[in-house]
Each structure stands twice: as structure tokens, then as C-alpha cells.
Design a protein around this ligand. Structure first.
Ligand SMILES: *Cc1c(COP(=O)(O)O)cnc(C)c1O
Length: 384
């Protein structure tokens, strides 16, 4: 039997990436900055504003985490402030809050998209405000590519005057009511880490609403250097800019983004068909037609009372034995040792999904023979 590893999500080059890198070498643009950086920013901007009325500006950075850090700085988050953050997410959504000495307040998921629960969000806001806390931002995540409840979260954010940082690291290519994810936040971020829907091997972007915020972000990302012939600094800066080499990979990847979205969505459809007649496994689909997910990862929930006793862990172990990578959903931040003392508001939905949810191999580069192996393994496991 073919036991090559089947990965959860692996890089998928389009072909043109090397041409952009070769150009950079030919012109000796190896330093951060250069034509690929500007070109990559323009490519992302053109992609994001198609179908939108709003203006966006794009700053290419060294990671999605750096973009979140800068977003919080631009929102004035300081020591002693609080930032509301979806609990079920990757730690990178929450870590930058602590870089600034602020406190994360974690919020449960709702059951439809598994993202920020609007009800618990409002409960938390009222409670924190009644304790006199300064709430500086809401970090909402489109987990696994599925848009969060954008309208509901926006209404609450506006009601209490708290800006939204949209963590779109997993959702480039997803839309809500036809509008691109990455354009809904007061600030939004993208990630081009190796396992995301497109990659620059490592990289990210901050999406701002105007050119002044973009300029300020780039100023901070390039060591906050004042305009002077010598090196002069009036503020603390960071080294967060994307390199011209990485941006070259990004330019090639943007050319195939729509194909990658289609590839991931095809994998999702494969799983929908596979599980259609299997009791006890729910595939997470778009809750209404307003939602369009890039299905970066397809996720399922296993109910062992209905599968005849096969649990999520049983299924994960079956796959592991066949060298097929699957992973539990993100462990909620309020359950993480490092955040165990931080405030949390919820009813246990994220906890339940952490226990029974599974991410399935979803790469756009999986072959028919991989799908057959995945299907066989799943069917064998659930028939036991
Ligand atoms: C990947 C990811 C990030 C961080 O992006 P990096 O580019 O790896 O720093 C942030 N939030 C979420 C939800 C992510 O999946």
C-alpha cells in the first residue's frame, strides 16, 4: 500500500513564483523593499477591492502575527487595556495583545461558524465595562476560511464604539454577501505562512482603510526611522517588512489564488459526499448563502453516540496509522496553560468542538489516489 504522507495542508506553487524571484536576483533586489513588494501589495489590493465599494490599502509584512501586532499598536492598545478575542483560534491571534501589556478577554464560539459568538461578546463587553475596564479592540477570526457573523459583530462593535481587528489569516478568497474577507475590519490581517491557502514561505499583510494608516504601519515596520540623512528615531520601531524575494513567491501565488480556492472547495465537496450517508459525522458547511468559505480546511464533528462508538480520537488514530495527517481543532485560548488566568465568557461550545472536532486533509494539491486512500481509511474506521 502507498504510505506516502498525506498532509493536512501543504504549499502548492503555481509555476511563476521562480520567475519573479529570478527577476529579483537579476536586478539585485534582494533587500527588503523592491518591485515585488509593491507588485504583491497591488495584486492583493486589486483582489480585495473587486466587488467592494470601500477603499483598502495593503502593507506587506513578515508575518500575520506582525500585522496583528501593528494593528493593535495603531489602535492605541497599551498596558492595562483589554482586548476581546475569539477563544477558539491559533495563539497568534491573541499573543500580540500581551506584547503590548494588555489583557486578552476570551469569548466563546457560536455553533454555526464556530467563530466569535455575538451574544457572549456583548455579555463580556457589558461586564468588563461595568468593572471600569478599557476595551480597545475586538479580534474576530474567520476560522478555517468560514466568515464569522460579520453583521452581528459589527452592530455590537459600533454600539459600544470598539474597533474590530479582522483576523483573515485563514480566509483569503472567502466572501460574505459577495464582499471579500480581509476588508471588514477597521484593520484586517492576512497570513502567507507555509500552510495557508497561498504562501510566501512566511509572510503576512496588514489591510488598512486609508493611506495614512498604511504609511504609519510601514514606518513602524521599518524601525520607525525619522526623515533625516542620519539614523534618527523618535518612536520604537520593528523589523516587520516582507522581503522582495518572499514577495516574488507571493506574486506567483496570487496568480493562482482562485484555482487554490477552487481546489480546497473541491476537497470540501469530496468530504460532503463521503459523509452524506454516514451517521454521526457533521461536515461544517456555510450556514446560509451569504457565506462563501475558501474551505482552507474542511472540519467535521464526530458524535460517538451516533457513529456506533467511534470517537474523534479513534478516527484521528485510524488516519494516523495510514500516515494521513488530521488535527483536532484549535485548542481554545482560555484552555491554554499560558492564558489560564485570563477572563473568559462562554457556554462551552469551543470546548466541545475541541473535544469532538477534526480538521481533515484539505490541500489543493491532493490527487485522486490520495482521496481514495482517505475515503477508504475513513470508511474502514467508521464501519468497525
Ligand atoms: C496563521 C495564523 C495567524 C498568524 O499568521 P503568521 O503569518 O503565521 O504569523 C494568525 N491567526 C490565525 C487564525 C492564523 O491561522
Amino acid at each position: 500500500m502507498n504510505k506516502d504522507k498525506i498532509w493536512l495542508s501543504s504549499p502548492h506553487m503555481g509555476g511563476n513564483e521562480l520567475n519573479y524571484i529570478n527577476e529579483a536576483f537579476a536586478e539585485n533586489w534582494i533587500a527588503p523593499l523592491g518591485p515585488n513588494v509593491t507588485g504583491f501589495e497591488n495584486d492583493i489590493k486589486d483582489y480585495l477591492i473587486s466587488g467592494t465599494s470601500g477603499e483598502v490599502e495593503v502593507a506587506a509584512l513578515s508575518s500575520g502575527t506582525a500585522a496583528l501586532h501593528l494593528a493593535l499598536i495603531l489602535l492605541g492598545v497599551e498596558r492595562g487595556d483589554e482586548v476581546l478575542c475569539q477563544s477558539m483560534t491559533f495563539a497568534a491571534s491573541a499573543n500580540p495583545i500581551t506584547y503590548l501589556g494588555a489583557t486578552p478577554v476570551f469569548i466563546d464560539s457560536e455553533a454555526d461558524t464556530l467563530n466569535l459568538c455575538p451574544e457572549q461578546l456583548e455579555i463580556a463587553i457589558k461586564d468588563r465595562m461595568s468593572q471600569g475596564k478599557k476595551l480597545k479592540a475586538i479580534i474576530a477570526v474567520h476560522l478555517y476560511g468560514m466568515p464569522y457573523k460579520i453583521d452581528e459583530v459589527r452592530i455590537i462593535a459600533d454600539k459600544y464604539g470598539i474597533p474590530v481587528v479582522e483576523d483573515s489569516a485563514e480566509s483569503l478568497g472567502s466572501t460574505y454577501k459577495g464582499i471579500n474577507c480581509g476588508t471588514f475590519g477597521d484593520f484586517s490581517i492576512l497570513s502567507f505562512n507555509g500552510n495557508k491557502i497561498i504562501t510566501t514561505s512566511g509572510g503576512g499583510a496588514l489591510i488598512t482603510k486609508n493611506i495614512d494608516s498604511k504609511k504609519k504601519a510601514i514606518f513602524l515596520a521599518t524601525q520607525a526611522r525619522d526623515e533625516a540623512p542620519h539614523y534618527q528615531h523618535s518612536e520604537i520601531g520593528y523589523n516587520y517588512r516582507l522581503s522582495n524575494i518572499s514577495a516574488g513567491i507571493g506574486r506567483g501565488q496570487m496568480e493562482v489564488l482562485d484555482k487554490r480556492v477552487k481546489g480546497r472547495r473541491d476537497m470540501f465537496q469530496f468530504y460532503v459526499n463521503l459523509f452524506r450517508d454516514i451517521a454521526g459525522v457533521r461536515v461544517f458547511e456555510e450556514p446560509t448563502e451569504d457565506y462563501f468559505s475558501n474551505h482552507w480546511l474542511t472540519i467535521i464533528k464526530v458524535d460517538e453516540n451516533e457513529t456506533g462508538g467511534v470517537s474523534r480520537e479513534d478516527l484521528r488514530n485510524c488516519m494516523d496509522l495510514e500516515n494521513i495527517e488530521c488535527r483536532p481543532l484549535w485548542k481554545p485560548m482560555h484552555m491554554q496553560p499560558v492564558f489560564k488566568d485570563k477572563p473568559y465568557y462562554g457556554t462551552g461550545i469551543a470546548e466541545e468542538m475541541f473535544k469532538n472536532g477534526l480538521c481533515l486533509p484539505s490541500g489543493s494539491n491532493l490527487l485522486n489516489k490520495d482521496r481514495e486512500r482517505i475515503a477508504q481509511t475513513i470508511l474502514n474506521c467508521l464501519k468497525k
